[in-house]
Design a protein around this ligand. Structure first.
Ligand SMILES: [Mn+2]
Length: 503
């Protein structure tokens, strides 16, 4: 229920999430409950991602971001230090499952959330990886891999922080590849250094693409010279683990910008991968896959300033904030899925990635209610199969954004109409065999547009009131989401103001 509220209200402020004082207390207790584990919150999301990822080549994109609570430091307790060593906050390290074919977000496959409470030990470099924070790169990817059992092929993608020997040594298997940008100029097994060796290769061709803008750097078109080859990298001496091989054979793709605006800004990526790279087309494919890493930066934007604003939370306790971080990571992923599915691309995505069957039925009913009379105000997606594009259009339409030329971004999109959970609950309640007539009534109300205002929640009881417009139920009757006719309620008086308890 908390997740539902974070998703529908796009906020972490308990005052905005809760309708009543009792709810506010309940939510505060939920986040403060030691038995609620962030892992459990994430596991449910990972299971859903696993379903969506079945049978596909999936990119597991991982990266770290800090959630900084320094602005409210006096009111926080039990947090750790973040990157600069003085501010308080915590870290999130999500693994996002992305479809390699179309770049769409399949879900959150896993995440590590932690607080840095101890200072680094003097011999930190020499510790085994299991004792270092960087173990997150290995452990999160392994957990994500386990969460996607039906995925025939996965590629783990990470930026330069993920350039760790143990990751290359332990992660790849028959169904798992890695693709990581190199940061270290590693020693090669025979002689020489990685960067010099790849630079010696002949230029295989050129690539041109649009580089995304980021803070302090406007986007620009870049032309890159491509080189590729094979390299056998040597295990580093410090902290070497005897279980790992002494050297590893990897493929490397180097792209180097031609005529950069300044030498400092030049794009030079050296990408280490276990995918085979024998042609220019292979190398271009590797660069394309690496560019998908951008998706996780968008996730962090959605999590923070752009939509959910997790850093504004007033929760005080570090552990509670970890639970909140897990909840908001799941919510931010869903916001992104809808943002990605909002236009033409959404026509291909299964709505089941985001909505359960009851929600799909209720949304279909809502769509009909929200559609306007003119073509422009109609849902542009065909009503054949429930796709993300069609259902996602519905809440966006509510926000009156789709009548404008620009599609709604994470600022404006609402993953669910705020009343959807309530509609859904009413609908499910009606689906129980003993309450068939309630089901009919609930659907009639949704179809007629009365439920939003008239279904009121008080504590655990909900009262569905029949609107007077019920008379207008079309003679042909209503249809459920599958196009099956539903009987129209016969008597109005019998249905007025009856109370039904919901869990
Ligand atoms: Mn990073």
């Amino acid at each position: 229920m908390v997740l539902e509220r974070v998703c529908t209200r796009i906020s972490t402020s308990l005052r905005q999430l809760a309708d009543t004082r009792a709810e506010k207390i309940a939510f505060t207790r939920f986040f403060g409950n030691p038995r609620v584990s962030p892992l459990e919150i994430l596991r449910t999301a990972a299971a859903r991602a696993g379903e969506a990822a079945a049978g596909r080549h999936v990119l597991i994109i991982e990266d770290t971001s800090e959630i900084n609570y320094q602005a409210k430091a006096l009111r926080k307790r039990g947090l750790g230090r973040v990157g600069n060593g003085t501010d308080v906050g915590l870290f999130v390290h999500p693994a996002l499952a992305v479809d390699a074919a179309d770049g769409s977000v399949l879900g959150l496959a896993g995440a590590t959330i932690w607080r840095r409470t101890k200072p680094k030990q003097a011999n930190y470099q020499a510790l085994p990886i299991e004792d270092k924070e960087s173990h997150k790169w290995l452990a999160t990817a392994q957990a994500a891999r386990r969460a996607l059992p039906e995925t025939p092929l996965a590629t783990v993608i990470a930026d330069r922080e993920g350039d760790i020997y143990e990751v290359f040594a332990r992660l790849p298997d028959a169904r798992t590849h890695v693709l990581i940008r190199a940061t270290k100029d590693r020693a090669l097994a025979e002689h020489g250094r990685l960067f010099a060796e790849i630079a010696k290769q002949p230029e295989a061709g050129r690539l041109v693409f649009e580089l995304e803008a980021r803070p302090g750097r406007p986007g620009r078109t870049v032309t890159l010279a491509v080189r590729f080859g094979q390299a056998s990298i040597r295990q580093p001496k410090t902290g070497a683990d005897r279980r790992d091989p002494r050297s590893l054979s990897l493929n490397i793709v180097e792209v180097r910008e031609i005529d950069p605006p300044s030498p400092k800004e030049a794009v030079i990526w050296r990408l280490l991968t276990t995918h085979s790279v024998t042609t220019l087309a292979d190398a271009a494919r590797i660069v394309d896959l690496y560019r998908r890493r951008w998706t996780i930066e968008q996730l962090f934007r959605t999590l923070k300033s752009q939509a959910i604003d997790v850093e504004e939370s007033l929760l005080a306790d570090g552990e509670a904030l970890e639970r909140l971080a897990a909840t908001t990571l799941v919510a931010a992923t869903r916001v992104m899925q809808l943002v990605h599915g909002r236009d033409a691309a959404g026509a291909a995505f299964e709505a089941a990635r985001l909505f359960d069957p009851a929600e799909i039925t209720v949304l279909e009913a809502l769509i009909r209610r929200l559609e306007g009379r003119t073509e422009k105000q109609k849902n542009p997606h065909p009503r054949t199969q429930p796709r993300l594009g069609r259902l996602g259009h519905c809440p966006a339409r509510r926000m009156d954004r789709l009548c404008q030329r620009t599609a709604p971004g994470p600022h404006y999109i609402h993953p669910w109409p705020p009343t959807l959970p309530r509609h859904r609950r009413g609908f499910c309640l009606g689906q129980q065999p003993s309450t068939t007539d309630r089901c009919v009534r609930t659907l009639a109300l949704v179809g007629e547009g009365g439920l939003a205002k008239r279904g009121r929640m008080r504590g655990t009881a909900v009262t569905w009131r029949i609107p007077s417009r019920e008379k207008k139920v079309p003679a042909g009757g209503l249809e459920d989401g599958a196009g099956q006719p539903l009987p129209v309620p016969a008597s109005r008086t019998r249905m007025m103001g009856r109370k039904v308890a919901i869990s």
